[in-house]
Ligand binder design. Structure first.
Ligand code: GDP
Length: 424
């Protein structure tokens, strides 16, 4: 059995979805192992353009089994809607090619509402949540105040477990936020409309993976967001609420004893960041506007304009280390083709210190970027398929970044389509 994780090195939106879509044909199983429907993977292939939120990007390959692991926040409503959305576009999902771990916890009807209420309460101090209920979900998961997907099977036991949790949560809704409580009728409706429809796909994945090992199946792990949004190693508190790190993949997938063979870190050729929090190499004004337009930098889930800036060597080197990346996919190189010179952030100034180390989160807001300009190539490179055919300046840009971040850049993507890729 060989396996590989595809993970984000930066703040998310690096183009992981297109990389999974590209290489998953070489794997038998593709697993989402953390996060929830709060980010979007954009995939463009022969079926059209898709924004996937919960479904693994492997669903487009008919011989691949797509799996949602126990580490994922499974929102039955969003998942069923997403299954219907891809079905309408001709994708076949059956219990044979799509599975949800019985040990995945369910995102409950009040989690999204609590997310919105808390962001409203925080007002200008908000975390920039996508309001998909992810933070309330994970905090409840670790308080053991959710139910597992496998519990849907037994309706009576499901409600015996869930109703006391609802009563507990109503205290918060009513007494803390002055909001409407959830009713048992609403919960039953939610169960009938969404949970029951998930039932055919739910299974004990620990055994599925044991079999996969015995039958020498190859497994690809698909992450959401990036290292800088990791709950432990990210830019606290502007992180997500789960572990985005490759080392968590075997646990969140249901194969806790597995050692990863390969870790592909996905990095954009410039920086982008959705939501709040320190973003040292950020650009503003016209310069930012141009890059945002060139790269189509608007969130797949929210449509929010992404914050953009120069490639950040300091943050990326840190991300590569945290992920333990064995190779890199550098995406969106084509977007930089309009620039005469390409600024790259190589160091930070924190107080009166110059540093190449990614600072402790509470020091990040004071960090100032130190940039170098590299020559641009000013040629459309979207049709290039071999490294040698890239303009010299573009080759040098790749080699410069590779040296700075200390990891081999194996893939360079020059367009969003599956085939727009250079493999070294
Ligand atoms: P993910 O969450 O990491 O999968 O990233 P997103 O899907 O949120 O964002 C990546 C965006 O960039 C998507 O709109 C992709 O279609 C697009 N994209 C990916 N690779 C390339 C590329 O090489 N060039 C261009 N122009 N767009 C790309």
């Amino acid at each position: 059995m060989s396996n590989c994780a595809i993970v984000g090195i930066n703040w998310g939106d690096e183009g992981k979805g297109r990389m999974v879509d590209l290489i998953c044909a070489d794997y038998d199983v593709v697993v989402r192992y953390q996060g929830g429907g709060n980010a979007g993977h954009t995939v463009i292939n022969e079926y059209g353009k898709f924004a996937l939120h919960l479904l693994p990007s492997g669903i487009f390959h008919k011989d691949v089994v797509s799996v949602i692991g126990n580490g994922v926040a499974v929102d039955p409503e969003n998942l069923i809607k997403e299954i219907e959305y891809v079905r309408e576009k001709g994708i076949k999902l059956t219990p044979d090619n799509f599975k949800v771990s019985s040990r995945a916890s369910l995102l409950l009807p009040w989690h999204k509402e609590l997310d919105c209420l808390e962001e409203q309460r925080l007002a200008d101090k908000k975390y920039g949540s996508t309001k998909q209920g992810i933070a309330p979900f994970y905090s409840d998961k670790y308080q053991k105040k959710t139910v597992l997907a496998g519990e849907i099977l037994d309706e009576k036991a499901f409600f015996e477990h869930l109703i006391p949790i609802m009563e507990w949560k109503n205290l918060t809704l009513e007494k803390v936020y002055g909001a409407e409580p959830t009713t048992v009728e609403q919960l039953k409706q939610w169960y009938n409309d969404y949970c029951l429809k998930l039932l055919p796909y739910i299974g004990d994945l620990e055994y599925f993976f044991d079999n996969a090992k015995d039958f020498d199946k190859d497994v690809l792990f698909e992450a959401q967001l990036g290292a800088l949004r990791d709950i432990d190693f990210g830019i606290h508190p502007y992180t997500t609420s789960s572990s985005t790190i490759a080392a968590y993949a075997p646990i969140g997938a249901g194969l806790p004893s597995l050692k990863l063979d390969k870790i592909i870190g996905v990095v954009k050729a410039y920086s982008t960041c959705v939501g709040e929090g320190p973003f040292t190499s950020e650009w503003f004004g016209e310069e930012a506007e141009k890059l945002r337009e060139a790269g189509g930098e608007f969130g797949a889930k929210t449509g929010r304009p992404r914050r953009v800036g120069a490639f950040d060597v300091v943050a990326t080197r840190y991300g590569v280390r945290m992920q333990g990346a064995t190779e890199i996919a550098l995406t969106k190189m084509d977007v930089l083709s309009y620039m005469d010179e390409i600024p790259v952030c190589t160091k930070y100034k924190v107080g009166d210190r110059i540093t190449e180390k990614f600072p402790f989160p509470s020091l990040l807001p004071q960090a100032q970027p130190i940039t170098e300009n590299l020559p641009g190539w000013k040629t459309d490179i979207s049709g290039v398929r071999r490294f040698e055919d890239l303009p010299k300046e573009a080759q040098d840009y790749v080699l410069y970044i590779e040296k700075q971040i200390g990891c081999f850049i194996k893939y360079i993507s020059v367009g969003p389509e599956r085939e727009s890729i250079i493999i070294r």
